[in-house]
Design a protein around this ligand. Structure first.
Ligand SMILES: Nc1nc2c(c(=O)[nH]1)N[C@H]1C(S)=C(S)[C@@H](COP(=O)(O)O)O[C@H]1N2
Ligand SMILES: [Mo]
Length: 359
């Protein structure tokens, strides 16, 4: 069984395209192992032969480039821990219901990526004055529906030039110290820290520097916020991650042993760093500060913990909310949009604490 078939720990939401998420209790480590890392693809996995693969850099550049895999991996590499969250994560919990793959909270993960800085390649290619965006084109393609008609298209998205030049943006060829797997974009994908997952184009084949803003299906028809009744002119793009937190322990419905119990989870933001995580064990009436574990790593998620003295038997709702250094806090309730993107509503789990048994 190859990884792209496998990941016994993942829950499948769709076979074609391949969409799988991680059950929250399996997100128990800082680094998410590759076989537990969610998958979100729009089309079948393209067959890319690594030895024949070329990455072209074209458009508004002084030097057009075509790199082989060997060329790419012979360049200076960078290694960083970056989380990805699908913009459709937590869509299942949007009310009223939203359109799209019904992810619960597990379309998120944190991995170590090794690759070459996009900024370095753009510098070598001599980006011309007047360039405004950088388009990343994947090798995958297939059908999508628009206003009832079928469209044949590939997966491609652009970044504003300034974001493409961010030193954190990688052309990654390794995930968790192993070559990328087919499901995660082999042989080479983009990793864009701080943005929702759709920006991290898999199966990368072409980079095109543009003198005009790009418009395309996955840029202005998908991954846009559409409030009820909004006209197309007012749709806004989904870009950077929202501030968000999840409880990975206990799971919803767990019977928690009486006594001291460590509640824990992850928190992240696309705006600065996680500044504060608060936990409520009484359904939101009172809140206490959780402990942020380890150091803050830009682009990665942060583990948080809270010691709860579960001394009273009963049924309890545990909630978590994060605040970032930009002063943003998770909204409650969350504003609705048609495709349920970027749902960062407060995560809650209900647990039962039984009476202490006689020894
Ligand atoms: N070429 C290509 N890149 C893609 C996609 C895709 O369908 N095709 N899906 C995007 C979306 S929506 C997300 S959330 C991430 C998921 O990355 P993963 O499958 O490695 O978790 O890849 C992004 N890159
Ligand atoms: Mo996504």
């Amino acid at each position: 069984m190859t990884e792209s078939d496998g990941g016994a720990e993942l829950v499948s939401l769709s076979d074609d395209p391949d969409c799988r998420e991680t059950p929250l209790p399996a997100l128990d480590s800082w680094i998410t192992p590759t076989d537990r890392f969610y998958v979100r693809s729009h089309f079948p996995v393209p067959e890319v032969d690594r030895s024949a693969w070329r990455l072209t850099l074209e458009g508004e550049v002084g030097r057009r480039m075509a790199l082989s895999y060997a060329d790419l991996i012979s360049r200076p590499s960078t290694d960083s821990v970056v989380m990805l969250e699908c913009a459709g994560n937590s869509r299942r919990h949007v009310t009223p219901p939203a359109e799209g793959i019904s992810f619960s909270h597990g379309a998120v993960g944190n991995a170590r990526w090794t690759g070459v800085r996009l900024a370095d390649l753009l510098e070598e290619a001599e980006v011309r004055a007047g360039a405004v965006e950088v388009l990343a084109v994947g090798a995958d393609y297939g059908e999508e529906e628009e206003e009832g008609a079928a469209l044949e298209l590939g997966y491609e998205r652009s970044l504003p030039l300034a974001d493409a030049l961010d030193p954190g943006v990688l052309l990654a060829y390794m995930m968790n110290c192993e070559p990328l797997t087919p499901a995660h974009g082999a042989p080479v994908r983009l990793i864009v820290p701080g943005w929702f997952g759709m920006a991290s184009v898999k199966w990368l084949e072409r980079i095109v520097v543009l003198s005009k803003p790009y418009d395309g299906f996955f840029q202005d028809r998908r991954y846009v916020f559409i409030p009820s009744g909004a006209s197309k002119a007012s749709w806004e793009s989904v870009t950077k991650l929202a501030v968000k937190s999840i409880i990975t322990q206990p799971r919803h419905g767990e019977v928690v042993p009486p006594g001291e119990y460590v509640i824990s989870g992850k928190a992240w933001t696309g705006g600065g760093e996680v500044a504060r995580v608060e936990v409520s064990c009484d359904g939101g009436d009172t809140w206490a500060d959780a402990v942020l574990v380890g150091k803050s790593t830009p682009g990665a998620w942060r583990i948080w913990e809270h010691r709860w003295n579960a001394s009273v038997a009963g049924h309890f709702v545990i909630k978590v909310r994060a605040t970032d250094s930009a002063g943003r806090t998770q909204p409650d309730p969350v504003p609705w949009n048609f495709r349920g993107y970027a749902n960062n509503g407060v995560h809650a789990v209900a647990v039962e604490v039984p009476r202490r048994s006689e020894r």
